[in-house]
Design a protein around this ligand. Structure first.
Ligand code: ZN
Length: 210
């Protein structure tokens, strides 16, 4: 028996790339970006919860239009393969320490809600490449959500069956490190779930290959 730690992670790739494509939306893109931001800056938990990052900043009227908006994306097949230039602007409030981004270009600066003039850093981007990254990540997240739903149903069912096998609800072992290491784990799946020897690859019990 292999220990759980030595088992190579096996990613259900087809499922992760193909399921739930329709879930991708721009709102999700923004909220994902904000989630990641929070992870990168765990000390900034008091970030405003509005869905638009620009809402948190008091912007002067937009004096310039965004490069990407001016760039026509309605061309032929070649246009879909060429870079789409654009920019996003990171905003840093030196008083509050907040970091947010916006697509709105303004000519004469803007204030954070605390009254401080924010520092701005423009990032030139290929909007098409960034969009591609967002789409890939959203597909993966959607597939993982589907996978997690399946696994929840699978292990709730298993818990129920174990109760039937025992004729009563069995009490799990105390979760000490030693006890967990000694569990009959055949595999740890891509999201860290333990698949026990009893559940793993049942066809091998009938002389079949995996
Ligand atoms: Zn501030």
């Amino acid at each position: 028996m292999q220990s759980a730690r030595s088992v190579h992670f096996r990613v259900p790739h087809n499922q992760i790339m193909n399921d739930h494509e329709e879930d991708a939306s721009r709102d999700n893109v923004v909220s994902l970006e904000r989630v990641r931001e929070r992870r990168m800056h765990p000390g900034e938990a008091k970030r405003p919860s509005s869905s638009s990052t620009t809402a948190a900043m008091e912007a002067a009227p937009a004096a310039a239009t965004q490069a990407a908006a001016a760039h026509s994306d309605a061309g032929g097949a070649n246009a879909a393969e060429s870079p789409l230039p654009g920019r996003l602007i990171w905003l840093h409030c030196p008083t509050c320490g907040t970091l947010e981004y916006t697509e709105l270009v303004v000519s004469d600066g803007r204030r954070h809600k605390c009254g401080t003039i924010v520092e701005e850093a423009e990032v030139e981007i290929d909007v098409r490449a960034e969009m591609t990254v967002a789409e890939i990540n959203l597909r993966r997240v959607a597939a993982l959500e589907g996978y997690l739903r399946q696994q929840r149903a699978r292990f709730e069912e298993y818990r129920h069956r174990l109760t039937l096998i025992a004729g009563a609800t069995p009490k799990p072992y105390a979760l000490t490190e030693e006890r967990v290491k000694a569990l009959p784990a055949a595999e740890v799946d891509p999201v860290g779930l333990i698949i026990s020897e009893a559940l793993h690859n049942p066809s091998k019990r009938f002389g079949k290959k995996e």
